[in-house]
Design a protein around this ligand. Structure first.
Ligand SMILES: NC(=O)c1ccc[n+]([C@@H]2O[C@H](COP(=O)([O-])OP(=O)(O)OC[C@H]3O[C@@H](n4cnc5c(N)ncnc54)[C@H](OP(=O)(O)O)[C@@H]3O)[C@@H](O)[C@H]2O)c1
Length: 249
């Protein structure tokens, strides 16, 4: 059993959900650059993730798994642990977007967003933490949430509810873990990706104009914050770190 009075060490084997493209893939590459191992999944393993796995066969497990499929997730975690060693960190990054007014969003679509963006990440965090605790280890959890959890943005009601739910769960989980894990959220503002490709140029210009730093967020701005929460001894715990150029202030 590790000593609770000692700082939690840097992550060594990190699970990244949605590590196939966008921010998730950038996080996978950064974890590898840091020298740690990574178990990444998404419904589709992209050629980019495949190439990363092929370049680091001893340090990457990549698989096609739906985050809402509990059985498949447990099998993935078991396989990753047998190939990489004990998991000690999770970046809960996979999510689906939304671009529809609440009154025009079907009950089925709302349920799907909540299942993918809230229920599944909570179950994944539970599964990872149970594995960490079963071995008497300690770990780190990072939730990728959104500024939508803090400010109103049209067309994102169910999505915002899931991100706010994750931020709330994160705080309580940090308290519950009581030194066995550091648990935090990183809340990005808008950045270009497949998820956000629904936005047009006018909306992008408006976001840029309203951002005090004068430029849109990029994955490269978010990755160092996730890196800090995974690898550094900052004693940051139970916090939402917003990366949005000041858009939400
Ligand atoms: N882009 C933004 O402006 C923005 C702003 C704030 C926060 N965020 C958050 O940042 C994170 C990354 O978003 P992104 O913009 O990089 O999105 P993205 O390019 O759409 O990537 C989403 C990732 O999640 C995976 N994914 C989606 N549904 C899944 C499922 N059911 N099971 C397993 N994997 C699934 C996707 O792969 P598959 O589709 O192949 O499964 C992909 O790897 C998300 O949590 C998002 O909410 C994004």
């Amino acid at each position: 059993m590790s000593d609770k009075t000692e700082p939690i060490g840097p992550a060594t084997v990190v699970v990244v959900s949605g590590g196939s493209r966008g921010l998730g893939l950038a996080i996978v590459e950064d974890i590898l650059a840091q020298g740690a191992k990574v178990a990444a999944f998404a419904r589709t393993v992209t050629p980019e993730l495949e190439a990363v796995a092929a370049a680091h066969p001893d340090r990457v497990v990549a698989a096609s798994v739906d985050v809402t499929d509990v059985k498949a997730i447990n099998a993935f975690l078991k396989d990753a642990e047998s190939r990489l060693g004990p998991i000690d960190a999770l970046v809960n990054n996979a999510a689906m977007g939304q671009d529809s007014l609440h009154v025009h969003t079907s009950p089925e679509q709302i349920a799907k967003i909540i299942e993918t963006n809230l229920t599944a990440p909570l179950l994944l965090a539970r599964a990872v933490l149970r594995r960490i605790m079963a071995k008497g280890n300690r770990g780190r959890i990072v939730m990728v949430t959104s500024v939508c959890a803090q400010r109103g943005y049209s067309g994102l009601v169910a999505y915002s509810a899931t991100k706010g739910g994750l931020d709330s769960a994160m705080r309580t989980l940090a308290r519950e873990m009581h030194g066995r894990a550091l648990v935090n959220s990183v809340a990005p503002g808008f950045f270009a990706s497949e998820m956000s490709s629904v936005l047009g140029q006018t909306q992008l210009d408006t976001i840029t104009r309203r951002t005090p730093s004068g430029r849109l967020v990029e994955p490269d701005n978010i990755v160092p914050v996730v890196n800090t929460l995974l690898f550094h001894d900052t004693n940051i715990n139970g916090q939402v770190i917003t990366v949005d150029g000041g858009n939400s202030i």
